[in-house]
Design a protein around this ligand. Structure first.
Ligand code: SAH
Ligand code: SF4
Length: 339
């Protein structure tokens, strides 16, 4: 049985060829899948009944199940999806009031090998990579379920996208070409996998790179993120500057704020110093509690003070709105579990 979700126009043409149908039919199927979010072949009402029956014998729209769907009081939706092998990942839809944007936060792996100290996903360890089709299924499941069109995708769910870059790039290509989501509306967030950053730098893409920095000095970063031992701040800076030079794109620096740990005046100054020659915006992420550690979220005052200090250095700084924390859908709270 062929699964239609994730197929390119060309691949769908192979199916229509097999059934002695025209390329135009392939185009119709393609649009039903990606733009009209058909749930089943029967939904594709501009195909003849006979053709639909033939198609149903060899293909279906999707093989992913929604295991759990939760809605936050702020409107954020979190889905736990199950793939045919029984593995599950979350995907989150964020709706921001007053904005037409609908942002899907997708997972790129089941679990994550990077194991940052503050992140619930890392605690699970690495289970497996997702295929590009499994990544695309996440966005399409949201579209099919809500009837809405996703306008932005961020790779900020489970997993380290740059450790599964082939699948992530292929998924981005289909988001762009088939779902018609502009490259500028695709964001890849990484803990700092330098070979992946270097590879992205060579591609002619308009997508956004977000870098999880989280600490301005080697020792503190090592404490928060073991990946600092392999890819340290000094080498990271070289990679980031190279990325900016090659792509001309501004990087988003993500900086997690943890009370009394990396939210001090000293850290803000050190961070400003580290970033002074990197073309970037800064996105501050107040820590979201997870059950596995005793880090705390700074007070709003402390967050604002940190923001002001950075702004004085000339950077554009935003504070990430917390979405879906009441359903454990916020950054760092995803762990692919039911309880
Ligand atoms: N693996 C990638 C993308 C997924 S995580 C990465 O690490 O960049 C998306 C963002 O959420 C990252 O910046 C990550 O550091 C942050 N994050 C992880 N745990 C968090 C927590 N408990 N509270 C707030 N943000 C967290
Ligand atoms: Fe992996 Fe990102 Fe979580 Fe670190 S923060 S463990 S890289 S998902």
């Amino acid at each position: 049985m062929q699964i239609l979700t994730g197929l390119s126009q060309k691949e769908i043409e192979k199916i229509t060829d097999e059934l002695h149908q025209s390329k135009f039919r392939a185009r119709q199927i393609h649009n039903w899948i990606y733009l009209k979010s058909a749930k089943s072949i029967d939904d594709m009402t501009d195909l003849s009944k006979d053709f639909r029956e033939d198609l149903k014998k060899i293909a279906k729209v999707s093989d992913v199940k929604i295991k759990i769907k939760q809605e936050s009081s702020d409107g954020t939706l979190k889905y736990l999806l199950e793939y045919p092998d029984g593995e599950c990942v979350e995907t989150v839809l964020m709706r921001f009031d007053n904005r037409a944007n609908l942002t899907a936060c997708v997972s790129s792996q089941v679990g994550c090998a990077v194991n940052c100290s503050f992140c619930a996903t890392g605690k699970r360890g690495f289970i497996r990579n997702l295929t590009y089709k499994e990544i695309i299924e996440q966005v399409l499941t949201i579209q099919r379920d809500t009837g809405l069109k996703v306008t932005n995708v961020v790779f900020m769910g489970q997993g380290e996208p740059l450790l599964n870059l082939d699948n992530v790039l292929k998924a981005m290509e289909i988001f762009n070409e088939s779902l018609q989501i502009g490259q500028r509306r695709l964001t890849v967030s990484t803990s700092g996998i330098i070979p992946g950053i270097n590879r992205l730098a060579e591609l002619d893409m308009q997508s956004t790179l977000a870098l999880s920095l989280h600490a301005p000095g080697h020792e503190l970063r090592k404490k928060l993120m073991q990946i600092e031992e392999k890819y340290n701040l000094r080498d990271l800076k070289i990679a980031l500057k190279n990325y900016v030079e090659k792509t001309g794109r501004r990087i988003t620096i993500e900086y997690l704020l943890i009370k009394d740990l990396n939210d001090t005046t000293e850290c803000a100054k050190q961070l400003a110093e580290y970033l002074h020659d990197i073309k970037c915006n800064v996105n501050l992420i107040p820590y979201n509690p997870t059950s596995d550690n005793d880090y705390k979220r700074p007070s709003n005052n402390a967050i604002m003070k940190f923001k002001c200090l950075l702004e004085h250095s000339g950077k554009k700084v935003t504070v990430r709105l917390e979405r879906g924390a009441d359903i454990d859908a916020a950054c760092g709270q995803l762990r692919g579990k039911v309880d």
